[in-house]
Design a protein around this ligand. Structure first.
Ligand code: PLP
Length: 417
């Protein structure tokens, strides 16, 4: 009987053969700009396939040409990333923002509109709302928490003048873990598609990493990552990734070739190394987060906690969305402390093991103040509506021993009671 290996078992070897590199057990860094063709005919054939001048013949794989177009470290990395969510194709980028902006520019045209959920990552928010309009793209918005009918009304009000071309969502959303229903957005994308204008659904899955939520299985057309976060996982690189069908990814990779925003061979190699421990790291982080959330829920200085694991049946739609979409409660916890900015800063300044820094998904635990840091640029009234208050602290739980993380949080929070 055929035995299908799990992705974590394949991360050390899949897609690489030691005989390519003098028997080296690990894929080396192919720190090279160009690749030598065996003959002029071979070079011609490689370009025909790379530039889509003809279809690849049976068994013909794209040949290596130039590291802006392809490189073994990136191709092997892309093949391994595909395994986690059974995607047909993948492209890696030099940052999460590079992946996000390339997708938006490829699938939107002047006069068309993008529908975006709120809240989204600050960089994404700025690019969609401040930069895309400069190129004639229109923006429609909705809030995580709205139901399908309410979102449909938002589209209906503008769609006639500025046809919808792309739905962009982030779920769970940063920093409140607010949820958006991927399947409902898929239905809306289909409902507003026409023969000559397909509406595509794009999901930023950074908060869940490739393990804890598989948006493609719920109807997303493309899934995006800041690979800087869980995938990289060691706070030592910046990178991004996009996955989806071969048909759509051909367009994404086409634009990447001309924008030249692919990851470097060295970053690709670092990410290959990170992927070997992805499952182990994320398992520990999620398990630690459960302990930390339980501690925070019982601490008198904590007023409210935003964590997927504390969503209950009384939360209604969010409860059902979480159960349907999320395979884990994740490792991101936000919490409001009793008090305001001054008290939140006291806690942050007293942390010793937990580092005071932005970013997330890394081996070390990180804490920050969304109101004045990651979400400083968000309108005050919007922050209020989203529940981002001066009393909120955002925590990314790492792989330290959970008792040490809790010890550190306790000594900082006890100051307030
Ligand atoms: C960090 C982040 C990004 C941006 O990724 P970079 O790698 O910093 O460019 C996008 N979306 C989310 C949810 C993020 O957390």
């Amino acid at each position: 009987m055929e035995h299908k290996m799990k992705p974590e078992s394949l991360m050390m070897s899949y897609g690489y053969r030691p005989e390519w590199s003098e028997g080296a057990i690990k894929c080396p860094i192919f720190q090279t700009s160009a690749f030598v063709f065996r003959s002029a005919e071979e070079g011609k054939a490689f370009f025909e396939v790379a530039y889509g001048l003809r279809e690849a013949r049976n068994e013909e794989t794209p040949g290596l040409i130039y590291s802006r177009i392809n490189n073994p470290d990136l191709e092997i990395l892309e093949d391994r990333l595909k395994l986690w969510e059974e995607a047909e194709d993948c492209a890696v980028f030099e940052s999460g923002m590079a992946a996000i902006t390339t997708v938006l520019l490829e699938f939107l045209r002047p006069g068309q509109s993008v529908l975006v959920s709120n809240p989204v990552y600050g960089g994404t928010d700025h690019f969609i709302k401040k930069i895309l309009p400069q190129f004639g793209m229109q923006v429609m918005e909705f809030f995580a928490g709205m139901d399908e009918q309410e979102i449909e009304q938002v589209i209906d009000s503008r769609h006639k003048t500025y046809p919808l071309a792309l739905i962009y969502i982030e779920t769970p959303a940063n920093p409140t873990n607010a949820l958006v229903d991927i399947a409902a957005c898929h239905r809306l994308a289909r409902r507003f598609s026409e023969a000559d204008r397909e509406v595509i659904l794009v999901v930023d899955n950074t908060y869940m990493g490739p393990l804890w939520q598989h948006p493609l299985q719920h109807g997303a057309d493309l899934v995006l990552y800041s690979a800087t976060k869980y995938i990289g996982g060691h706070s030592d690189l910046i990178a991004g990734a996009c996955l989806g069908s071969r048909r759509l990814m051909q367009r994404v990779k086409g634009l990447r070739t001309f924008l030249g925003n692919m990851a470097s061979p060295h970053t690709g190699w670092l990410l290959l190394r990170s992927l070997e421990t992805l499952k182990a790291r994320m398992d520990i982080q999620a398990s630690n987060a459960r302990h930390v959330a339980a501690f925070l829920s019982s601490h008198p200085a904590v007023e409210k906690i935003y964590y997927l694991g504390t969503i209950s049946p009384s939360d209604g739609r969010a409860y059902h969305i979480r159960n349907r979409q999320c395979l884990s409660y994740g490792a991101m916890i936000s919490f409001d402390i009793r008090g305001g900015e001054a008290e939140a800063f006291q806690v942050l300044n007293r942390l010793k093991l937990v580092k005071l820094a932005v970013s997330l998904g890394s081996t070390e635990s990180l804490a920050e103040h969304p109101y004045t840091m990651t979400h400083a640029d968000v309108d005050a009234s919007l922050k209020k509506r989203l529940g981002i208050t001066p009393a909120m602290i955002r925590l990314s739980v790492g792989i330290e021993h959970h008792e040490d993380i809790i010890y550190d949080l306790r000594q900082a929070l006890d100051l307030l009671v």
